[in-house]
Write a protein that binds this ligand. Structure first.
Ligand code: C2E
Ligand code: CA
Ligand code: CA
Ligand code: CA
Length: 276
């Protein structure tokens, strides 16, 4: 950016222009990514704290950009949400995940449950339920095998969220509350909404070593979830001490680098028992 007589103002406007062009470029690239099938999924196993048995997989999206290489979701999901591209992208992600699960089952594997992340923007879209039903109908994934992961921002609007969550519940699809405890959690919706699974945010798990206060919080959250008859998943388990601590609650499942990072789909069969 060059200066002229006016100085600062011109400079600022040019910076802003640059930022806008950068965003516009990413948006354009993202549209192209959908057309050219540049999105792909990794799958992270969810395991029981006691035996290490795999109960399911969470699908996590990645973008193979032709110039920049693999881009993580935190960089492009927000742009997809702002531009509305998340609607078609989210549908594509669910479709890909269901297709992969169908393939594994056709090959004789039993991958357990399939968890897919749903953005708040997707959840609020009027065709959301139709999209879910349609995708399930065209793949051999039963509603009971599907788990939709949503963050607290989805359920904040309790009145709006309730009917859709109720429909998912009636369909037999389970809903997991993701990153629980990360934001300013209100406990109100936990009692009033049909939520099946509580995913305890990794910041809690990673604070386990810190001491009794942190443990008291985790234990309270777990008790609460259990009393509300929700299944609990601990996120971000990286160290043996963390798992050792979590084993005190034998019904827990967990995800984390300690067992496995998210895997490319071709690696998944290597950690599942042989096909029947
Ligand atoms: P999330 O749903 O909370 O997913 C868990 C994230 O934690 C993943 O990052 C995963 O790779 C990472 N993780 C797993 N185990 C560990 C661990 O032991 N330690 C640490 N530090 N991290 C661990 P990823 O794949 O980069 O995804 C980041 C976020 O992007 C996700 O957070 C989710 O909010 C969003 N996201 C990912 N895939 C999708 C998608 O298909 N749709 C939507 N709407 N959002 C997605
Ligand atoms: Ca998630
Ligand atoms: Ca999470
Ligand atoms: Ca998240």
């Amino acid at each position: 950016a060059k200066k002229n007589g006016g100085g600062q103002t011109v400079f600022f406007i040019e910076d802003l222009k640059e930022a806008l062009t950068e965003k516009a470029r990413l948006e354009r690239d993202l549209r192209r990514a959908l057309e050219n099938d540049e999105l792909f999924l990794h799958f992270q196993p969810q395991v029981s704290v006691t035996g290490g048995g795999i109960t399911g997989f969470e699908a996590l999206v990645r973008w193979k950009h032709p110039d920049y290489g693999v881009i993580p979701p935190n960089t492009f999901i927000p742009i997809a949400e702002e531009t509305g591209l998340i609607i078609s992208m989210g549908e594509e992600i669910l479709r890909k995940a269901c297709q992969q699960f169908t393939d594994w089952k056709d090959e004789g594997y039993r991958p357990g449950c399939l968890s897919v992340n749903i953005s708040t923007v997707q959840f609020r879209h009027p065709q959301f339920m139709d999209m879910i039903k349609q995708t399930l109908a065209t793949h051999s994934v039963a509603p009971s095998e599907l788990i939709l992961e949503m963050t607290e921002s989805v359920v904040q609007e309790v009145e709006e969220a309730f009917p859709v969550l109720q429909q998912l519940h009636q369909l037999g699809v389970r809903v997991a509350l993701d990153d629980f405890g990360k934001g300013y959690s209100s406990l109100n919706y936990l009692k009033s909404l049909p939520l099946d699974i509580l995913k305890i945010d990794k910041s809690f798990i990673q604070a386990i070593h810190l001491g009794t206060r942190e443990k008291a919080i985790i234990e309270t959250v777990m008790n609460l979830g259990t009393k509300l008859e929700m299944q609990i998943i601990a996120e971000g388990v990286e160290r043996p001490e963390q798992l050792e601590y979590l084993i005190q609650s034998p019904s827990l499942t967990y995800q984390g680098f300690y067992f496995s990072a998210p895997l490319p789909p071709e690696k998944v069969p290597t950690i599942l028992t042989d096909p029947i």
